[in-house]
Ligand binder design. Structure first.
Ligand code: ATP
Length: 235
């Protein structure tokens, strides 16, 4: 059984169709990329999964339908959504932002232990723990956003363009950390526009174009696909 099973998913904004008959699976611990141009429907797909946007079609997590569930119930089931634009609390410290990611779990010792796991991925956050988030660099803020999502102990992490607007050096660090998260057993579904890095770290990739899956396959397959090479890799 897939961890996440999506069949024939559709979503619209009024009369504008954003997703049409999307089918996609994620296995436990798998790192899956979703590539596509602006407006392809990547954000809409992640919002449909986290139930922050209504949708039609099959949407199941660990065999249970997500339809009819509220967004907070979906978090309780083990899906954490790290949205585009990070949505941190900019005037609070790194520590407070991370702690807020664990709000469903009151145990102080567990929270401390989970924070150590975040520091193992992003060592700079340990040094900046008492710093106000608005004074961090964009890349460091992205570390906090991913760290906060991990504090919720997800089984599936939804990442919306984690590398957008981030300097090249930190991008590499972010993609490597995402790979490490998946290697630790947390499945990741990541929407991205950076095709090169996505194909480098993801096991499988779906390409969304105009709200539909235009291509799918292993990263190795897609890296050799003419359409992908021309449109997404620019070679
Ligand atoms: P980007 O990479 O630019 O974030 P995306 O692939 O994430 O793009 P979506 O944000 O999912 O794409 O948008 C899919 C389509 O739905 C686009 O045509 C977009 O204009 C439209 N759309 C998104 N949000 C809304 C909204 N709140 N109201 C109306 N249309 C919307």
């Amino acid at each position: 059984m897939s961890l996440l099973e999506i069949q024939g998913l559709a979503a619209s904004y009024g009369k504008a169709v954003a997703l049409e008959s999307v089918s996609l699976q994620v296995q436990p611990g798998e790192l899956v990329g979703v590539l596509g141009p602006n407006g392809a429907g990547k954000t809409t797909l992640l919002k449909a999964i986290s139930r922050t946007l209504p949708s039609q079609g099959t949407l199941a997590f660990q065999g249970q339908s997500l339809h009819g569930r509220e967004a907070h119930e979906v978090v309780g089931l083990g899906i954490c959504h790290c949205p585009e634009g990070r949505r941190l609390f900019p005037e609070l410290t790194v520590r407070k932002n991370l702690e807020l990611g664990a709000y469903l779990r009151p145990s102080r010792a567990e929270v401390e232990a989970d924070m150590e796991k975040v520091f193992a991925l992003f060592p700079i956050l340990r040094e900046r723990l008492e710093q106000v988030v608005s004074t961090l660099s964009g890349g460091q803020q992205q570390f906090v956003a991913i760290g906060r999502a991990l504090m919720g102990r997800p089984r599936l992490l939804l990442l919306d363009e984690p590398s957008v607007g981030i300097a090249h050096r930190l991008k590499i660090e972010i993609f490597d950390a995402i790979r490490a998260i998946a290697a630790s057993g947390v499945a990741v579904l990541m929407a991205e526009q950076d095709a090169q890095n996505t194909l480098r770290v993801a096991e499988r990739v779906y390409v969304l174009e105009n709200g539909r899956v235009a291509r799918q396959g292993s990263s190795a397959e897609l890296a050799g696909d003419d359409h992908i090479r021309r449109i997404y890799l620019g070679v």
